[in-house]
Design a protein around this ligand. Structure first.
Ligand code: F3S
Length: 75
C-alpha cells in the first residue's frame, strides 16, 4: 500500500471519454458539461482541478497514459 495522488486538469478535459471507458471505477463522464469527473475528488474552487488521494492507483495509469490531451497526472 502506498499513497498516490490522481490529478485532473478539469478545464483541459475535452470529454473524449477514454478515462471512463478504461477506468470506470474512478472516472465518470458528465455529458452535460462534456467533461469527465474523478469520482470522489476534491475540486479546487478556483482552478477546478480535481484531486484524489488513493492507496492503489488501479486503472488510473491506463487512463493517464491514454488521455489524448494528457490532463490526468499521477504523483
Ligand atoms: Fe477528459 Fe482525458 Fe478523460 S480528455 S474525458 S480526462 S481521457
Amino acid at each position: 500500500i502506498f499513497m498516490a495522488k490522481i490529478i485532473q486538469n478539469h478545464e483541459g478535459c475535452i470529454g473524449c471519454g477514454t478515462c471512463e471507458a478504461l477506468c470506470p471505477k474512478f472516472w465518470k463522464m458528465d455529458h452535460e458539461e462534456g467533461k469527465a469527473n474523478l469520482i470522489g475528488a476534491r475540486i479546487d474552487a478556483k482552478t477546478k482541478e480535481q484531486t484524489l488521494k488513493v492507496d492503489d492507483i488501479g486503472c488510473n495509469q491506463d487512463a493517464a497514459d491514454c488521455c489524448p490531451v494528457q490532463v490526468i497526472h499521477i504523483i
